[in-house]
Design a protein around this ligand. Structure first.
Ligand code: FE
Ligand code: FE
Ligand code: MG
Length: 163
């Protein structure tokens, strides 16, 4: 933790760390949601969908890294107990009971839409609290989430007409 680097944050740092840890919980659940989805997916365009899900899983892991590094930088501790992921998550984990491409895509689209809204809310808070470093990080993550939603919706769109 850097003393001045933390002092310049214009909001309650504990509160900010809590928000970032909730986002970290979301990211880890998203890593697994995509990872396991890529393993079990069945149906039309399977190779395309599998590749996209794998790629997104890697992206979510990068987000988890960014969040954890910032939490540590602010003097906080990233969640150390995986059983906290579900408890602290905002977007949760959708059990992929149906491994069809369409069902998985729909679940993951829902997850991305929740992620976009969650980061949108954090962005507002850090903007008002004037934390340009967290702002910049969250903006980068959010750009990926917006792209993720588009990628999945495009795949679903391309699948229209396929039974
Ligand atoms: Fe993410
Ligand atoms: Fe995402
Ligand atoms: Mg993609």
């Amino acid at each position: 933790m850097g003393t001045v680097g933390t002092k310049i944050v214009g909001m309650d740092v504990k509160e900010l760390i809590k928000l970032l840890n909730k986002a970290l919980a979301d990211e880890w659940l998203a890593v697994y949601q995509y990872w396991v989805g890529a393993k079990i997916v069945k149906g039309p365009m399977r190779p395309n969908v599998e590749a996209e899900l794998e790629e997104h899983s890697q992206d979510e892991l990068k987000h988890a890294n960014m969040l954890a590094d910032r939490i540590v930088q602010l003097g906080g501790e990233p969640i150390i107990d995986p059983s906290e992921w579900k408890r602290q998550s905002t977007c949760g984990y959708e059990l992929p009971k149906n491994p069809s491409v369409k069902a998985l895509l729909k679940q993951n689209i829902k997850g991305e839409q929740c992620a976009i809204m969650t980061y949108h809310n954090i962005l507002e808070k850090v903007k008002l609290g004037n934390d340009p470093i967290t702002f910049n990080m969250v903006r980068k993550i959010m750009e990926d989430e917006v792209e993720h939603e588009e990628d999945l919706q495009d795949l679903l769109e391309d699948m229209k007409g396929i039974k």
